[in-house]
Design a protein around this ligand. Structure first.
Ligand code: IMP
Length: 193
């Protein structure tokens, strides 16, 4: 079946395309002619993921899922969290986000953090939520060239390299999004979709 993935992040689109079953054809926002900025005004990841699918349902009437994700750092009271993409302001600036996080974490001994992804699915008028978490630690400097945004600063539990050093193949097996997508896929196949 065709499912719209409501994201403008091509990196995420490719990550999730590589993870989903062959029976699901992922359609991008561009492919349905959606070029507008979908509002992300909620103050939780759950709220934002739901806003995105509700918007697509209302304006385009497609079955749709959306994710909202972010990095939650213990020593920063779970910031940047839902504000991860605009941590250093708007427009989105990866380098500035990374530098701000490094600065905020200067001198902190508790380096624990986690990436969290929430997927909302809107199918036949019903809303469903799925969550994926990967725990890890925040480095004191940038390491690695792969991935995007905070990947050079995040070492997943059980590894010694950052997501940006580990590369997409490893990241796609253990990431927060992979875990949330796994739940989405399990739900879809349990319901013969
Ligand atoms: P979203 O696109 O509204 O879900 O914003 C998510 C933001 O959280 C991204 O722009 C990144 O700053 C951060 N983020 C989420 N997942 C990842 C990841 O896998 N690697 C690095 N940063 C991520």
């Amino acid at each position: 079946m065709k499912l719209v993935f409501a994201t403008n992040n091509t990196h995420k689109l490719e990550e999730v395309r590589a993870m989903l079953l062959d029976t699901i054809e992922i359609v991008s926002l561009k492919e349905i002619g959606c070029y507008e900025e979908i509002p992300e005004t909620a103050n939780t990841m759950e709220g934002n993921a739901l806003l995105k699918v509700q918007y697509i349902q209302k304006h385009y009437e497609y079955a749709c899922f959306a994710d909202d994700s972010g990095l939650e750092v213990e020593a920063l009271n779970h910031a940047p969290g839902v504000y991860s993409a605009r941590y250093s302001g708007i427009p989105h600036d990866s380098e500035a986000n990374i530098n701000k996080l490094l600065q905020e974490m200067e001198g902190k001994t508790n380096r624990k953090g986690r990436f969290r992804s929430v997927i909302a699915l809107l199918l036949d008028g019903k809303e469903y939520l799925f969550e994926g978490i990967v725990k890890g630690t925040i480095t004191t400097e940038k390491r690695g060239k792969n991935g995007f945004d905070y990947d050079p600063l995040f070492i997943p539990e059980g590894y010694e390299q950052t997501f940006a050093e580990l590369g997409d193949e490893v990241k796609n097996k253990i990431s927060h999004r992979a875990r949330a997508v796994k739940q989405l896929t399990a739900f879809l196949s349990a319901n013969n979709i």
